[in-house]
Design a protein around this ligand. Sequence first.
Ligand SMILES: [Zn+2]
Length: 337
Amino acid sequence: MPLSQVQGQERAVATLLRALAGQRLHHAYLFAGPDGVGKTLAARGLAEALLCHSPAPDRDACGRCNACLRSRELAHPDLHVLRRKEKDGGDGALEQQIKIEQVRELQQTLSYKGFEGSRRVVLILEAERMNPATSNALLKTLEEPGPDTHFVLVSAVPHLLLPTILSRCQRVRFAPLDRGLVAEFIAREAEVDRTHADLLAGLAEGSIGKGLALADSALLTEREALIGRADDPDAKRHIPQVLELAEELAGKKAELPLFFQILRTWYRDLLLVHAGVITDKLVHRDLAERLRARAAALSQTEVLARLERINETERGIEGAANARLSLETLLLRLAEG
Ligand SMILES: [Zn+2]
């Protein structure tokens, strides 16, 4: 897809098109921003523009020539994509890391001439998945990439990249997408009604990818009840129920990210209510009355402490802490106020 068709990232796209048109393209870019906002799409768009046989007057890809079509299929011989490979065993699970052998293979390929022209493009997706040894192996190629070789590193967590890699890349920031745009896209793609799409977009915090992933979640239908149970003003008298909820959630591990997301956005909404932000901006705006009642009972400091605990618990579980115990601890602490 040509760069100009990437939606909702006007600034990033304009920066890239300006560089293309002025032939001032940096040889290595880092596309940084949340997941699911169009970074990879734009990286592929840039590759398409660089490899296109008959670019538009603004140097964007034509989107129709043979080179464009093959770039789009990731089948162009001068387009190289480095990303985590699938593990042996075929269940689709991915390796934890981009392997050093993949970097070596790439370097081998880049040591030959390009197949079709002089230009080569390398995309490195989830670039933070390179460990220090792999990053260091790549560094030499980033320093002396050879003429007309362009790198685009893509990452949602750029602070995890080695400083030496960061310093060699020109950073292009991708912002969270506008909620209305995400909702529109989700309504169309997931075929859900606009109100539901709007809630998904709010929960997804500007990420189309996240929003679509949430669309099928069973947990979402219990959102209101779930908030009531996890943020129960009377929780001190309901300890057995609190423990029951922890057990229930621990049994649905795949749904845990959504649980945390619901709770996190709930407490963030409470902060917004405290700050007097209009209802329209709230993720849970359909529950505005309840948010206002809760905001009257919880101070900003208490809400912030809760958010901190939620984030800690989520990180702990991602890092292999026992889910049930961690959730029990979290919910009991929320109950204590
Ligand atoms: Zn083309």
